[in-house]
Design a protein around this ligand. Structure first.
Ligand SMILES: Cc1cc2nc3c(=O)[nH]c(=O)nc-3n(C[C@H](O)[C@H](O)[C@H](O)COP(=O)(O)OP(=O)(O)OC[C@H]3O[C@@H](n4cnc5c(N)ncnc54)[C@H](O)[C@@H]3O)c2cc1C
Length: 532
């Protein structure tokens, strides 16, 4: 059973080791776990549904509660403290595009708001239920999960858009293929969610972001059905896929998606390289990216994240030996770890690793083999469970991500960490902030910063703390020339910052597009576009 107020399956835990706890205590102080609301208490606060019974719409309090929020830190605060606020009036589970069409027509007739729900892993408030006096129907798409078509010659697969990552990969693997899209939320996030939030998987260097993988599909919109055929390429004016990508549930419901697939790689390798400092590491990563070496992943951690990763790994004795060796090789307190991944046939993988290591050596990189990379691969979707463990020890974790061109990368990293430190210093608290470059391009990189800090222990204070942090880091992104999101999307949390990025004319065009498909504004209001 999925946790109702945290990440993942209730039967899975990922504990923090004692060294990591001591490390956190030294960095930010001792955490005090707040008392969580129970599921019964939270369900008890769910108001009566405003919907009259309708075929297939579930109005039981627990189902509505479980669809009320996503996975952002403010979503967690609401759930954990039992301050859920608005919940949908009912949840529908359609099984076909036709049923989705029928639901939209019904919602239009009764003047209801519709919120599409994929895996519920949004971290920017995409699923927040508006308080605008209208009844709200959330549409859970998990039953649209069939492999509808597989075209081996064109290497295309068409799926129901509600299919979650593991199911999608299992269905493709049975035929010898992969999509290769592995966001950290892979366990629950869905194909439709990836497309409409412009998601990026950890191996996007090889497989591409979802923009490159999404070839076409079908959208049921309040104003009709939009079918987008797949072409290898087209010069026929506006690419309609671009209207769907990043639409965040505002134009309609993506019910089917055709994606570009790849034969399963024969070999996959993840290796670790340490650099003596950030400057050397960044130069090496940029050079590797610009050499267009066929890697699947480049993930560079700054010194604080490197130290955090090594502490969290446990195995004190082994890590101690590694640190001694690295010190001897010139990588000491300011060292940075780079994980590189390569996938494909044996020769391609060997060639990609060899070329990358040659460049790394020019920047004093120390290759330590595959052990750390193998461990990363093993835990890549389990690490997310640490959020539960941290909460249980009284700590909150939040992340922010952006992308900038190479000349701005270091400045952005420093600005984000500094902005957070200042916010917490003003409150007399400390924050443990660390950064990695999660996706690397020839032009620049995404900058992904994590913040861990003590929970205040009551809803109002914790929400204020989060709001101050979020405001400060988003201001820093805008001031330092970054996009407000490289991969998580806009939702409600980033909407106020969109004007700075798109300009008035650009925002107007986005509004007009949404209005074209959804003239009455019934689809997921309040998300993506700032309130006028
Ligand atoms: C721990 C964690 C790690 C994450 N790691 C990554 C990462 O590595 N890369 C990344 O890109 N993101 C990441 N995310 C963010 C999140 O997983 C992505 O935004 C994901 O694409 C959301 O997919 P979902 O199916 O869960 O969508 P939901 O959260 O259910 O919905 C998100 C938005 O999409 C809309 N929507 C969903 N399905 C449809 C549909 N079929 N048609 C129309 N609208 C729809 C919803 O209305 C909502 O506006 C992470 C989140 C968490 C909690």
């Amino acid at each position: 059973m999925r946790r109702w107020n945290g990440w993942g399956d209730e039967s899975v835990d990922f504990a923090l080791n004692e060294d990591m706890l001591a490390f956190l205590r030294a960095r930010v102080g001792s955490g005090k776990p707040p008392a969580d609301a129970t599921l019964e208490q939270a369900c008890g606060a769910v108001p009566a549904s405003r919907l009259t019974p309708y075929r297939g719409i579930d109005t039981t309090p627990e189902v509505r509660l479980r669809h009320a929020l996503g996975q952002s830190l403010p979503d967690w605060l609401k759930l954990r403290y039992g301050k859920v606020g608005c919940v949908p009036d009912g949840v529908a589970f359609p099984e076909s595009s036709e049923q989705v069409r029928e639901l939209l027509d019904h919602a239009k007739r009764i003047d209801a708001v519709v919120i599409p729900y994929g895996g519920g892993t949004s971290v920017v408030g995409h699923l927040t239920v508006p308080d605008n006096g209208k009844p709200v129907i959330t549409v859970n798409l998990s039953r649209l999960s069939r492999l509808i078509d597989l075209d081996r010659q064109a290497q295309l697969a068409t799926f129901g858009a509600g299919i979650a990552g593991p199911d999608l990969e299992a269905q493709l693997r049975a035929h010898g293929y992969t999509l290769g899209h592995f966001p950290q939320s892979f366990e629950y996030s869905t194909l439709g969610g990836w497309v409409v939030t412009r998601s990026s998987g950890q191996q996007s260097l090889r497989y591409g972001r979802i923009e490159q993988l999404f070839a076409g599909g079908r959208v049921e919109a309040p104003n009709g059905t939009l079918s987008i055929p797949s072409f290898p390429a087209s010069a026929a004016g506006t690419d309609l896929r671009e209207i769907v990508l990043g639409s965040e549930g505002r134009i309609g419901i993506l019910t089917e998606a055709t994606v570009r697939i790849t034969p399963l790689p024969q070999r996959e390798a993840f290796h670790a390289i340490f650099f003596p400092d950030w400057e050397a590491a960044e130069n090496a990563v940029r050079t590797i990216a610009q050499a267009k070496i066929p890697l699947s992943m480049l993930r560079l951690s700054n010194p604080v994240e490197t130290l955090t990763t090594l502490t969290m790994a446990g195995h004190k004795k082994l890590i101690g030996m590694l640190q001694t060796y690295l010190r001897w090789r010139g990588c000491d307190d300011r060292k940075c770890i780079l994980l590189i991944g390569a996938s494909g046939d044996g020769a391609t993988v060997a060639h990609a690793l060899r070329q990358s290591l040659r460049i790394a050596r020019r920047y004093r990189g120390v290759h330590v083999g595959a052990a750390i990379g193998d461990k990363w691969k093993k835990n890549r979707f389990r690490n997310v469970y640490l959020r539960n463990a941290l909460w249980q020890h009284g700590y909150a974790v939040d992340t922010v991500e952006t992308a900038v061109d190479w000349p701005r990368v270091s400045g952005m990293m420093q600005a984000l960490e500094q902005a957070a430190r200042e916010v917490f210093a003003a409150a007399g608290e400390r924050v443990h902030a660390y950064t990695h470059l999660s996706h690397v391009y020839a032009q620049g990189a995404s900058v992904y910063t994590t913040f861990a800090y003590r929970l205040a222990g009551n809803y109002e204070a914790d929400m204020q703390r989060w709001q101050a942090l979020k405001g400060a880091v988003c201001d820093a992104i805008v001031a330092n020339g970054g996009t407000i999101s490289h991969q998580h999307g806009v939702g409600i949390d980033h909407a106020p910052y969109l004007q700075a990025e798109k300009g008035a004319l650009g925002l107007g065009a986005m509004r007009a597009l949404c209005h074209h498909f959804d003239p009455s504004g019934m689809m997921n209001p309040g998300k993506l576009l700032p309130e006028p």
